[in-house]
Design a protein around this ligand. Structure first.
Ligand SMILES: NC(=O)c1ccc[n+]([C@@H]2O[C@H](COP(=O)([O-])OP(=O)(O)OC[C@H]3O[C@@H](n4cnc5c(N)ncnc54)[C@H](O)[C@@H]3O)[C@@H](O)[C@H]2O)c1
Length: 304
């Protein structure tokens, strides 16, 4: 049995069905797939079905694929049974390294030999997780963000033995079902987005510890400031636009550059490649339209 094309996956297994696994199950169902879930937790099936039902209105809002239905979810307490016929496996057990290694060993023994096995792990190297898995060339990290049925980003990380074919397949699979897959060039613990978040969290603690502000003030600073822009423009584009008409070049002239040697040319090259076709006036009009869309729609506080 060979792995299906990434746009032809019909049957997916979710191993571990808590917050993230349940969110994945809901998302795969909404894309019109059959989902088999397994989880040894108390009342796991009932909790999963409840999560899927609560996520469903949001998924309907996004648009369901043909044939999508909550009743295409099945549940078994037997891990081997769950993965035996799966055409893709998303593992979502708790983030304990020894457990992940054990899970991948068990999944690898029961699944078809070429089926791609992705871990939702937030931290571990795929090389470590796949250490005891049969056919480790099909093992990857596919790291989502909560809620995994709504946030598009999936970080795709390969280990030392992961094949380039599998990385290509996983990118096509996630992108094909409407996710935004981001491929890391090499493995690193905690991947990209959480490392960026950690930098913010650490600075938050430093500011509060130094008596500059309270934790609530940090939320205000982010929510009503850069967070609005970061919803549609990453740090590189923000730097480029921070330079006004001069773009990133102007920014560097005014504020200097703190990155390591060689990074300035790299950043300038990326800006040219990505945004070189747009005048600053065009970028600013696009920015303003996005800010207005967010400000119009976002409720200021929970409950409002
Ligand atoms: N919560 C997040 O924001 C988030 C975001 C991205 C990735 N992740 C990752 O997703 C994974 C799951 O995290 P979560 O937040 O859903 O945790 P969770 O505690 O909500 O769910 C974990 C589930 O795994 C089940 N489980 C325990 N042992 C198991 C086993 N042997 N086999 C199968 N299932 C088992 C538990 O019963 C539970 O339902 C972790 O690797 C975590 O790092 C979490």
């Amino acid at each position: 049995m060979t792995r299906p094309d990434p746009d032809n996956v019909r049957r997916v297994a979710c191993v571990g069905a808590g917050t993230i696994g349940g969110g994945w199950a809901a998302y795969f169902l909404a894309r019109g797939m059959d989902v088999v879930a397994t989880d040894p937790g108390a009342d796991a099936e009932a909790k999963l079905r409840d999560l899927v039902a609560r996520a469903w209105p949001s998924l309907e809002h996004l648009g369901l694929s043909a044939g999508a239905a909550q009743d295409r979810l099945s549940f078994t307490g037997d891990l081997s049974e769950a993965v035996a016929d799966a055409e893709f496996i998303q593992e979502n057990a708790p983030d304990w390294k020894d457990l992940k290694i054990e899970m991948f060993e068990k999944i690898g023994a029961a699944a078809r030999p070429d089926v791609v096995i992705a871990s939702s792990s937030s931290e571990f190297l795929p090389t470590e997780i796949a250490a005891k898995c049969a056919h480790p060339e099909r093992c990857i990290i596919g790291h989502p963000f909560a809620p995994s049925y709504l946030v598009p980003l999936v970080e795709v990380v390969g280990g030392e033995k992961t094949s380039a074919d599998v990385m290509d397949w996983a990118m096509d699979f996630y992108n094909g079902i409407g996710k935004k897959a981001l491929r890391l060039k090499k493995e690193i613990e905690s991947y990209i987005a959480n490392r960026l978040q950690v930098a913010v969290f650490e600075e938050m603690h430093r500011l509060v510890d130094a008596g500059i502000c309270d934790y609530a003030d940090v939320d205000v600073a982010m929510r009503y400031g850069p967070g609005l822009r970061w919803a549609f423009a990453g740090p590189l584009l923000c730097l480029h636009m921070g330079g006004g008409q001069g773009g990133l070049t102007g920014f560097i002239e005014h504020f200097g550059w703190t990155g390591p040697e060689g990074s300035q040319d790299k950043a300038l090259g990326e800006v040219e490649r990505l945004y070189g076709d747009y005048s600053m006036a065009e970028l600013e009009a696009w920015r303003d339209a996005n800010l207005l869309a967010i400000e119009d729609k976002v409720t200021a506080e929970p409950g409002q």
